[in-house]
Design a protein around this ligand. Structure first.
Ligand code: NAD
Length: 485
């Protein structure tokens, strides 16, 4: 085991979990055991919530301009620890070093946004009638929880924790049991940055812990990022316990390619979008709708895909189960009559034979009834469907139950606008394959890619992590009294 066993982080200290269940943390790069992660139980969560509840009265009353200073220092620590943090992500998640580094760069950007929050939560004040003022203030909720997936061990935790904490909440985070190491490092850095004990806590665990979090009466709000299946479970369980909940789910992102798209740029974008992070991104291109004669672009996509080599510029998928699932999708499509133009099945990396690699895969002549056309594959695979018109393409995109992202590749501005207006997705790309809105714009999909109101990052997240107090004041008793004063 390369690293010591993972511990929970409660009240500023790493402590053992009381439960006896645990799992191995396996590196997708070579199958080696990196560490052991405990599967905590209800008693562990009680301790974390108690620590957070005790920290809340002081932290929430600390002026926001003081709270934010912790995050200036945290931002610096992310930068100074960039190499070590990136290496840890690479080892536990399997993505390339460059992709891991990009995650830390994004975490820095997210912290920078959190540092701007004092400017955004000044509240409003207005004389609403003669001598009467109404003023609004944002108040934190209390103890909140954040449940995160495996595919971004640093970025997704940093979607929630900087904003929630700067806004005065105290948090219990549950990392993915597949990638718990980066989250522990985040806790270390927050402590080093001066975050008071108890404000941020980590509870390791699996599905059972998620259920206990959704049921805990001391937790006011639950933020979740993961698959749609689990997002639905979490959303309904947390809200049935009268908690605020925002649950982001899976995706099936469609790219609509028109014949006038710039071939080189389009092909490079699509190949990068479908294979970046080994296709394990909720913003990855998964289905391409080829409108009319675009064979010249498909050829170039295949050329680009062939330049993406497992173990060189393509990372591993998270585990053997994921590799088998992805390869099964490809085989099924082939059996149903689709044509595999670039085949990533049975990939191995010499010297890393126990790593779980799937090469980039381009599947053509997919029909909309095939599972590769409808379901989230979460691997470096693009399914190409041939259509005759833009409206046919939009009908397929609209019919998909997900709605995270959609993109169009064209040089025709009017057509791009038409597609952007009619695609049923929360994040749209025009000649951009991975249209992640950068700060201060917020991140969030539509349809079954998100349950709850608002987005998870940016300005939109302020509403989720706070409650608004409205105070009406009158200082001049001589002002007349009527129903509006
Ligand atoms: P997952 O849903 O399996 O797990 C997410 C979290 O839920 C983990 O912490 C896990 O321990 C817990 N969990 C797993 N099964 C559970 C169950 N039955 N009941 C309660 N909790 C459970 O997701 P994952 O495999 O870790 O991550 C990949 C998925 O996340 C993909 O579907 C991807 O699209 C999605 N994702 C979405 C976004 C977004 O912004 N919409 C971002 C990142 C990832």
């Amino acid at each position: 085991m390369k690293y010591p066993g993972i511990q929970n982080f409660i009240n500023g200290t790493f402590v053992n979990a009381s439960g006896s269940r645990s799992l191995e943390v396996i590196s997708p790069l070579d199958g080696s055991v990196l560490s052991m992660v405990p599967l905590s139980d209800k008693a562990d969560l009680e301790k974390a919530v108690e620590a957070a509840s005790k920290a809340f009265p002081i932290w929430s009353k600390t002026p926001i301009k003081e709270r934010v200073r912790v995050f200036y220092r945290y931002r610096e620590l992310l930068e100074t620890n960039m190499t070590q943090l990136s290496e840890l992500i690479r080892e536990e998640n399997g993505k390339t070093f460059e992709e891991s580094k990009a995650e830390i760069e994004k975490s820095i950007e997210l912290s920078e946004f959190a540092c701007s929050l004092p400017q955004l939560v000044t509240g409003e004040l207005l004389e609403v009638s003669k001598g009467v003022e109404c003023r609004t203030e944002y108040h934190p909720l209390g103890v909140v929880a954040s449940i995160v997936p495996f595919n971004f061990p640093s970025m997704v935790p940093n979607w929630t924790l900087p904003n929630a904490l700067v806004l005065g909440n105290c948090m219990v985070m549950k990392p993915s049991e597949k990638v718990p190491l980066s989250c522990a490092k985040i806790a270390e850095l927050l402590k080093e940055a001066g975050l008071p004990d108890g404000v941020f806590n980590i509870i390791n665990g699996d599905a059972e812990m998620v259920e206990v979090i959704c049921d805990h009466p001391g937790i006011e709000a639950v933020s979740f990022v993961g698959s749609t299946k689990v997002a639905k479970i979490v959303y309904s369980r947390a809200t049935s316990n009268f908690k605020r909940c925002l649950a982001l789910g899976g995706a099936k992102n469609h790219l609509i390619v028109l014949p006038d798209a710039i071939p080189e740029m389009t092909a490079a974008n699509i190949a990068a979008s479908m294979s970046g992070c080994a296709g394990q991104r909720c913003m990855a291109a998964s289905a391409m709708l080829a409108v009319g004669p675009v064979d010249h672009i498909i050829e170039k996509i295949c050329d680009e895909a062939r330049k993406i080599i497992p173990g060189v510029n393509l990372g591993a998928v998270i585990n053997q189960e994921a590799k088998e699932r992805i390869e099964k999708y490809i085989t099924e499509a082939e059996k149903q009559g689709a044509k595999i133009l670039v085949d990533g099945r049975n990939s191995t990396v010499i010297g890393h034979e126990n790593g779980t690699y799937v090469g980039p895969t381009v599947i053509d002549f997919v029909t909309s009834d095939m599972s590769v056309a409808r379901e989230e594959i979460f691997g470096p695979v693009i399914s190409i469907m041939r259509v005759n018109t833009v409206d046919e393409a939009l009908a397929i995109e609209n019919a998909n139950p997900y709605g995270n992202a959609a993109a169009v590749f064209t040089q025709n501005g009017g057509m791009a606008k038409y597609i952007a207006d009619h695609a049923s997705a929360g994040m749209i790309g025009v000649n951009v394959g991975v249209p992640v809105p950068r700060e201060p714009f917020s991140f969030g999909g539509w349809n079954q890619s998100r349950f709850g109101v608002g987005d998870i990052t940016g300005k939109s997240s302020i509403e989720f992590w706070t409650k608004l107090k409205k105070t009406t004041t009158k200082w001049n008793p001589e002002a007349g009294i009527n129903w509006m004063s």
